[in-house]
Write a protein that binds this ligand. Structure first.
Ligand code: ADP
Ligand code: MG
Length: 151
């Protein structure tokens, strides 16, 4: 079930919910076109984890950013990587091990992500805001994603 994000505040709320549900060693595979709200989401997540939101930017030129927080966050842009193997070359696995790894344009490297610990989030444009498809790691119970109960 897609989550309708009616405005920027809704994207930020999703980032905070995610911050409350991620565990050490998790990877967030983030996909969606330019302007879909990827950086907005990461910024809210980092802020909720106690990091500095102003430090968050798309790691387009640096390839990899690190943010100090309660769970340190490693942020990668796969767009410029030569292929899945290049992710290991950046030391992503080791760096993300003690915190959270976030990968933008993740579809390029999905094959090498740790399935058991990977969230897949796809953001897209709607006429009225944005929408998010959120798939948690297999078997993970996420209360705010359960749409089969009325609240
Ligand atoms: N749910 C939303 N509805 C409308 N605008 C949004 C929403 N979420 C984010 N935005 C806005 O979209 C623009 C692009 O967001 P950004 O996070 O930079 O996208 P990306 O990193 O995917 O390119 C920003 O101006 C942001 O405020
Ligand atoms: Mg961005």
């Amino acid at each position: 079930m897609p989550i309708h994000l009616t405005d920027e505040a809704a994207t930020q709320r999703l980032g905070r919910l995610l911050a409350g549900s991620v565990q050490t060693g998790d990877v967030i595979a983030l996909d969606g076109p330019l302007g879909a709200g990827k950086t907005t989401l990461v910024r809210a997540l980092v802020a909720e984890l106690g990091g500095e939101p102003a430090e968050v930017s798309s790691p387009t030129f640096t390839l990899l950013n690190r943010y100090d927080a309660r769970l340190p966050v490693v942020h990668v842009d796969a767009y410029r990587l030569q292929g899945p193997g290049a992710l290991a070359g950046l030391g992503f696995d080791e760096l993300a091990e003690d915190g959270i790894g976030i990968i933008e344009w993740a579809e390029r490297v999905l094959a090498v992500l740790p399935t058991a610990h990977t969230w897949h989030i796809v953001l897209s444009h709607r006429a009225d805001g944005r929408e998010a498809q959120v798939a948690p790691p297999p078997g993970r119970s996420v209360p705010w994603l359960q749409s089969d109960r009325s609240s």
